[in-house]
Write a new protein. Sequence first.
Length: 413
Amino acid sequence: MSQQSEEEQSDRKKYEFQKVIEDLQAHEGSGTQLVTIYVPEDRRISDVVAHITQEHSEASNIKSKQTRTAVQDALSSLKARLKYYKDPPENGMVLFSGAIDSGGGQTDMKTEVLESPPQPVESFRYHCDSEFLTEPLEHMLADKGLYGLVVLDRREANVGWLRGKRVEPVKSASSLVPGKQRKGGQSAQRFARLRLEAIDNFYQEVAEMANELFVPERHELDGVLVGGPSPTKDEFLDGDYLHHELQDSVLGKFDVAYTDESGLYDLVDAAQDVLADAEIMEDKELMERFFKQLHDGNQATYGFEPTRQNLVMGSVEHLLISEDLRQDVAVFDCGNTEEYEVFDARKATPSHECEDGSDAELEEREDVIEFLMAIADQRGTETKFISTDFEKGEQLLNAFGGIAGLLRYETGV
């Protein structure tokens, strides 16, 4: 069994969450009867149960009997699930329950509990509507990357984090740099020297703040962004005030008018193009390798069946999966062999004719990504989800069926 990297585990978890979210979004209630509850990690389960009990009591005032019953049933279902929890898990949890339309005027009760989302649930939230509330979860799944932020001029500076899409101001400093006009009695030369010393001291103070904050996280850091007016940001970077590992991680410097906390948000806005490139850089590098091998070498594979065969052989180094792939695979018993059909996950299982003419017996139907990842785990293959936010990533989905692999060695398959 392969040891999954933290990044691979994170990607896999996000994929699993995304599947559940898409399933939840596909459902509607006939009234405002679908209940969603966001529970932060520090919220006591007993408080959540008390809130549900209160909502159950207040639901008795709902005029529509159908809606009243549906809401109370959903709340009872959630209350029953919470009996299995002493405390919320790490990062909290999100609960969904409600009677969903199943066609022909019928409804089915659906209850889902998502534990430990990719980002912490920030506040308790109770929501009852005709749709499940999934938007906060979607934002968490979109959150990628950890970036250090520095904005400064000669008067003040702020440093903080960009975690996914959340800006977190952390530290600030004000300078003692005198204005350009000297006080009476000082020579122009002495005043200029004192001013340069004050500027240097302030830059050192800003760098110390940044180093204390960023260096301990340097192995998780995806880059550093520096903003401010010219020439301040240029002097700061050109003077090598930052720790050398942080200096090497600077992705760019940007013109930012404000250097208070709002300047951190302006810096992120100014750096959007750089951030987008950095976020999918690894995806781009893998796809460049794939296309190079496709055209000039023999260590690439694509499509379900060739990739499956190479995975079974243990020849796949990186399994490349489009993050937008939504397909299932049906496994059929065809006498002495198994045969496969890959199809849209939203559709019914197709019929299958065995190549040797024998009767096809359906063995199982499974998410095609989970099917391939299970083989990858057994063979020490790393799975990488590829974004469709760039041209070659989009080609993986549309031209190669969303499934490909970089091989350790040539196989001829």
